[in-house]
Design a protein around this ligand. Structure first.
Ligand code: HEC
Length: 433
C-alpha cells in the first residue's frame, strides 16, 4: 500500500498527547451539542412555522425556538475553535491533507456560515414587523435551515476523509470524498441526533418564560401537548438510531474497529435501550412539571453522547495507527537526512569561525598579490604584521583606500569588498581575536 501521508512537522507537541486528546474529546462534545441545537433548532423553526400557517400558537412556538437559534449557532461556532485547534495539533498532516483534497467546499464553509448567520438574524428581526410577507418570511427560515444542513455535511466529509489516507489517491474534490462508504449513514446519524438533542432541549426550555402573556402561560395545555409530542419524536428518532447506528458501523472500514471500541459500543447500546424506555414512558404520560423523569433522560443521554464521542475518537486512533507509524518513520528519515546534509555541506551560512571567514575572504580577495612570507605583487604578511601589529582598523582603512609607499605598482582599492569581510581579513592577518 503506497502511503500518501506526508511526513509530520518535526516539532514537539505543545502539551502531552493524552491531554490534547482529552481536550479534543471534551471540547468537541460541547461543540457538537450546540451544533446539534443549531441544526435541530433551524429544522424545528421551519416545522413549527409551517404548522403556524393554520394554528397561530405554533407561530408563537416557532418564534421561541428561533430566538434560541441565534444564540446556539454563535456558541456552536465559538466552541468549535477548541476542537479545531486540538485537531490541527494532533492530526496536522492528516487534517490538512483532507482540507486540501476537499478544497473549494472546505473554503465555502466561511461564506455559508456568514450567509446562515445573516439569514437567521434577518428571520428573527423581521418576525414582528410587516416588512416581509409571511410566505417570504418562512422562506428565509427554510434557506437558513438548508445552509445549516450543508455546513456540517462538509465538516463531516472532511473529518471522515482524514481517517482514510489509503483512499486519498481516488479523491478529486469534495464530491468524490462523499463516495467513501460511510459518509451518508454518518450524516443521517448526526441529523437524527440533532433532532433528539434539540427535542430534549425544547422540552426543558419551553414554558420557562413566566410572562403571563406568553403562549404557555396562557395555555398550559398547549405546553403539555408540545412536550408530549417532543417526547414522542425523541422516542421515534432514538428508535431509528438503532437502525442507523449499525449502518454506520457496518459501512466503516473495519481496520479502525478495535475490541475496546466494540465493548464501549455495547455499553452505549445498552444505555440507549434504557433511554428508549424512559422516552416511551414520558411520551405516554409526561409529567406536567419537569420532573425527575426528564433529568434522568438528560443525564442518560449525556452519558451516551460522551460514550459515542469517545468511541468516535477510538476509531480515529485505530484507523490512523498504521499511517501514524509510517509517518513517524518518514519524519525521522527526514530529520536524519537533513542532519547529514548539514554536516556534509558545511554550508557557508552555518557556523563558520571568524578566523575561518577571514582566511576564506583573504583567499578570494587578497591572495593574488599577498603571500605569507614571500613578496608577490605586494608585501608579505610577515611584513604587514610588523607594520600594523594589532591595528586591524588600520588594515581595513588601507585596503579601502591604499596609499603609495613602495616602488612599483600601487595597490588597487578594495572598496568593493564588504566591510565585515575586510575586518575578518584584517583579524586573520594579524591573528587578532
Ligand atoms: C592587485 C594586487 C593587490 C591586491 C589584490 C591586494 N593588494 Fe595589498 N598591496 C599591493 C601592493 C602593490 C602593495 C604595496 C603598495 C605600496 O606600498 O604602495 C600592497 C600593500 C598592502 C598593505 C601594506 C600597507 C602598508 O601600510 O604598508 C596591506 C596592509 C595590504 N596591501 C592589504 C591588502 C589586503 C587586506 C588585500 C585584500 C583585501 C590586498 N592588500 C589586496 C597589492 C595588492
Amino acid at each position: 500500500m503506497s502511503n500518501l501521508v506526508p511526513r509530520d512537522l518535526p516539532l514537539p507537541l505543545p502539551a502531552p498527547a493524552w491531554l490534547l486528546e482529552f481536550l479534543l474529546v471534551s471540547s468537541f462534545m460541547l461543540h457538537i451539542l450546540f451544533v446539534n441545537l443549531m441544526v435541530g433548532g433551524s429544522l424545528f423553526t421551519v416545522f413549527y412555522q409551517w404548522k403556524g400557517k393554520t394554528d397561530q400558537r405554533f407561530e408563537e412556538l416557532a418564534y421561541l425556538v428561533a430566538k434560541t437559534l441565534t444564540v446556539n449557532k454563535s456558541l456552536a461556532v465559538v466552541l468549535g475553535v477548541g476542537p479545531l485547534l486540538c485537531l490541527n495539533v494532533l492530526y496536522t498532516t492528516f487534517f490538512y491533507s483532507a482540507n486540501a483534497l476537499t478544497g473549494t467546499a472546505w473554503l465555502m464553509i466561511i461564506p455559508l456560515i456568514s450567509g446562515a448567520f445573516l439569514l437567521t438574524y434577518l428571520h428573527k428581526y423581521t418576525w414582528h414587523n410587516n416588512s416581509l410577507s409571511r410566505g417570504s418570511h418562512r422562506l428565509i427560515a427554510i434557506f437558513a435551515a438548508i445552509l445549516f444542513l450543508i455546513i456540517p455535511f462538509i465538516f463531516l466529509a472532511n473529518a471522515n476523509l482524514m481517517l482514510f489516507p489509503e483512499r486519498w489517491g481516488e479523491v478529486k474534490g469534495f464530491f468524490t470524498a462523499l463516495l467513501l462508504p460511510n459518509v451518508f449513514p454518518r450524516y443521517l446519524h448526526f441529523i437524527a441526533a440533532s433532532v433528539t438533542v434539540t427535542g430534549l432541549f425544547l422540552i426543558g426550555y419551553l414554558g420557562r418564560n413566566k410572562d403571563p402573556s406568553s403562549i404557555f402561560q396562557r395555555e398550559p395545555n398547549f405546553l403539555f401537548e408540545a412536550r408530549r409530542s417532543l417526547y414522542s419524536l425523541c422516542f421515534v428518532i432514538t428508535a431509528a438510531q438503532f437502525i442507523i447506528g449499525p449502518l454506520v458501523l457496518f459501512t466503516l472500514p473495519s481496520h479502525g474497529i478495535s475490541g475496546a471500541m466494540l465493548g464501549f459500543l455495547l455499553i452505549a447500546i445498552a444505555m440507549a435501550m434504557v433511554l428508549l424506555k424512559f422516552l416511551y414512558q414520558e411520551s405516554k404520560n409526561p409529567t406536567p412539571q419537569l420532573s425527575k423523569g426528564f433529568l434522568r433522560i438528560v443525564f442518560l443521554f449525556t452519558v451516551i453522547v460522551a460514550f459515542m464521542v469517545s468511541i468516535r475518537h477510538m476509531y480515529r486512533e485505530q484507523a490512523l495507527s498504521a499511517h501514524k507509524q509510517i509517518q513517524k518513520e518518514k519524519t525521522q528519515a527526514f530529520l536524519d537526512e537533513s542532519a547529514a546534509a548539514a554536516i556534509q555541506a558545511k554550508s557557508p551560512v552555518a557556523e563558520v569561525s571568524p578566523q575561518e571567514k577571514g582566511k576564506n575572504a583573504f583567499a578570494s580577495y587578497c591572495s593574488g598579490c599577498h603571500a605569507e612570507a614571500t613578496v608577490k605583487v605586494g608585501p608579505a604578511l610577515t611584513e604587514i604584521r610588523g607594520i600594523y601589529k594589532t591595528d586591524t582598523a588600520g588594515i581595513v582603512k588601507w585596503a579601502k583606500a591604499p596609499g603609495k609607499k613602495r616602488p612599483g605598482m600601487a595597490m588597487p582599492s578594495m572598496n568593493h569588498v564588504q566591510e565585515d569581510d575586510l575586518d575578518a581579513i584584517a583579524h586573520w592577518i594579524l591573528k587578532a581575536k
